[in-house]
Design a binder for this molecule. Sequence first.
Ligand code: PLP
Length: 248
Amino acid sequence: MAMRPHVLVVAGSDSSGGAGIVRDIETLAAFGVKASVAITAVTVQTHAGVGHVDAVAPDIVAAQMRASLAANTVAAIKIGMLATSDTVWAVSSVLEDRPDIPVVLDPVLVSTSGAALLPPDAKPGLLALFRQCALVTPNLPELSWLASGLSEGALIQAGDLIQSGARAVLVKGGHGTGEQSIDILLRPGHPAHSFASPRLAVTMRGTGCMLASAVAARLAHGDELAAAIDGAKAYVHGELVDEILHRT
Ligand code: PLP
């Protein structure tokens, strides 16, 4: 029987279970993928707000990653909240040793409730880290912060990230308007690829974590990037429909 593939999750915990590592592991399990973790921060959260963030020391984040990579045959890495600039650089140094593993990075900057989850001084490190990632998945506010000072307009901003070395950027349209929620994949040397799903009248925390983890899961199963995104989007859409059906 084939072994279940393995994904290493580098992310923060969220006590409410709405986002972060809990969402990541739930998503990986739904795709039949095993998980290991490098915890970057412990956060005290309800669904309404972030009470406290305790960042894990960067060398301990790197050590957790190295231990996971030594213990398991890791087929993909998912990165979420990184918490500090030093952690961004520590994660980057571990990835330098394993360029063979595809990395999906969700650039977590603020919670839906408005709390900062990464300080502004982390931007240069984050932009450098993008070069080591198979895919970066900013939403529209994240994209505008990442590309600030460069240019206006989501697609031009995403193009700027590609110019600065990102290998693939998925611009997530969830924060936009219109009947369809459209995500656009930009890659050097490829035409832009759109992924559309009907926009649903529901908000749910942790959808960014879910999408990036689902892409990592599909990559771990051997999908090529566009197929992995297709499958991941269908999964998140299904979870949103489920939220509507089971909302109390
Ligand atoms: N807390 C943690 C640990 C996260 O990783 C994230 C997002 O990835 C959030 C909070 C923010 O999630 P939301 O925007 O759904 O509040």
